[in-house]
Design a protein around this ligand. Structure first.
Ligand code: MN
Length: 231
């Protein structure tokens, strides 16, 4: 079998302490999973069941890579997130079995064209242009579960140019990692290589050209992203 042109390289992210890489199949993201962030977005966290949106696998960017300020936005936002890396697929996964599907964890930054996202929300249109653009998913090295354990508490913090903007604890997640995996797996069949970005705490805000954005999660290390000029 021949392709009509060379197929693109398999998107992947680094693995902590290894030359091997984690191949990325899909990126699922949870919307509004910390109560204070739901409130800052004008929503009631008590009544919203979890919902998901996606980013293309090739939106992944590694820590340390500069990202050009994206097109068509004047309100480009950071979002610190815990990332779950799925190693074993499955459908209709129970909460009790959910952790056994996880290969590892990483630190992530769900980059967002907030103005396009909010406009889409108001108009009842898809979020893709606000969320699923090129280089919109910064994902740090994945730590295998043997190193990371299953973090369900600990600091999650984001700074811009050294100033802390988001400062929360993983124990504030409205929907836990096992609940997210179980709920997601009832809608789609999870596959090895799927990443789940689990939502961001309060304190989201803009990035400007020249900014350095650092996300740190206790036990998982930190990732950094510099914002460069538009292409
Ligand atoms: Mn997010």
């Amino acid at each position: 079998m021949e392709y009509v042109f060379q197929p693109p390289a398999q998107p992947s992210v680094a693995v902590s302490g290894s030359d091997s890489r984690f191949p990325v199949r899909r990126i699922f993201c949870v919307g509004r999973n910390y109560a204070a962030h739901a409130r800052e977005m004008g929503k009631n966290p008590d009544r919203d069941p979890p919902f998901f949106f996606t980013k293309p696998a090739d939106a992944v960017v590694e820590s340390g890579v500069s990202i050009p300020y994206p097109p068509e936005t004047g309100n480009f936002h950071y979002e610190a997130e815990l990332v779950v890396a799925i190693g074993t697929g499955g459908r209709n996964v129970s909460e009790d079995a959910a952790l056994s599907h996880i290969w590892g964890y990483a630190v992530g930054n769900d980059l967002t064209r907030r103005d396009l996202q909010l406009k889409a929300r108001e108009q009842g249109r898809p979020w893709d242009w606000g969320k699923a653009f090129d280089r919109s998913a910064v994902i740090g090295p994945v730590l295998p579960v043997s190193q990371s354990g299953h973090p369900d508490q600990g600091s999650i913090r984001l700074s811009v140019n050294g100033e802390v903007k988001q400062d929360a604890d993983l124990n504030e997640l409205i929907w836990s990692v096992p609940e997210i995996i179980s709920i997601l797996s009832h809608s789609i069949e999870l596959q090895p290589g799927d990443l789940i970005m689990t939502g961001t705490p309060a304190g989201v805000g803009p990035l400007e050209v020249g900014d350095l954005c650092v996300v740190a999660i206790e036990g998982l290390g930190e990732i950094e992203t510099k914002i460069g000029p538009s292409l």
